[in-house]
Design a protein around this ligand. Structure first.
Ligand code: IMP
Ligand code: MG
Length: 194
């Protein structure tokens, strides 16, 4: 079997690592404890905002021993930009019935707050028994709508970050840690084609 190649050290497109995979792993575990304290042993329905929250959702779910149901919502992304423009749109909505269910919405990062506000409004209209929100990262400095998440992994400074599910133009989601993308790489033309 060919050996798995994983380059050590900082990815060349990052200017710094903000959170290592170990720091994330530890925080995900403690977040699971916080979540468990609220829900007890009860069942709840997780709504994951894809693609960004994919890794976080998978890891967090596996730290929780409650019965859970999973559904996903796809919201329009920044594309190849690093700032949110206009209003986000729902691209793909829920398939599960969430009426009278306890719902936990999970996203990768809370930035302006527009995405989580949009999704919260959609969920609330479906009359769940309760609605809570959980984000791995919180860029408080950039908030445009008054909204806080119930569970927050890390507060981070106003920098454009990638890795552990977070992307720039769909790249870097598979990095194990989270780091700041170099300014010179924040344009699509910065990559070699192929
Ligand atoms: P908001 O609607 O401005 O709160 O943006 C939330 C969404 O923007 C997140 O779900 C992310 O997909 C994306 N986003 C915000 N900041 C970053 C970042 O630093 N890196 C990658 N994606 C980001
Ligand atoms: Mg997202």
């Amino acid at each position: 079997m060919p050996a798995l190649k994983r380059s050590p050290g900082l990815h060349p497109d990052l200017s710094e690592v903000l959170l290592t995979d170990l720091q994330i792993k530890r925080r995900v575990r403690s977040l699971a404890v916080e979540i468990k304290q609220v829900y007890g042993d009860g069942e709840f329905t997780i709504i994951s905002l894809i693609n960004g929250a994919v890794m976080f959702t998978c890891d967090l779910m596996r730290e929780i021993d409650n019965p859970v149901r999973l559904d996903c919502i796809r919201v329009s992304s920044y594309g190849s930009k690093t700032k949110s423009i206009g209003t986000p749109q729902i691209i793909h909505s829920l398939t599960l019935d969430i009426a009278k269910r306890d719902v936990l919405v999970i996203d990768d990062i809370l930035d302006t707050g527009k995405t989580l506000k949009l999704v919260s409004e959609l969920v609330r209209a479906l009359r769940p028994a309760s609605l809570r929100t959980c984000v791995l990262l919180d860029k408080k400095a950039r908030r445009e709508v008054a909204l806080e998440a119930d569970f927050v992994g890390f507060e981070i400074p106003d920098r454009f970050v990638v890795g552990y599910g977070l992307d720039f133009a769909e790249r870097y989601r598979n990095l194990r840690g989270i780091g700041v993308l170099k300014k010179s790489k924040q344009t699509v033309g910065a990559w070699a084609v192929g």
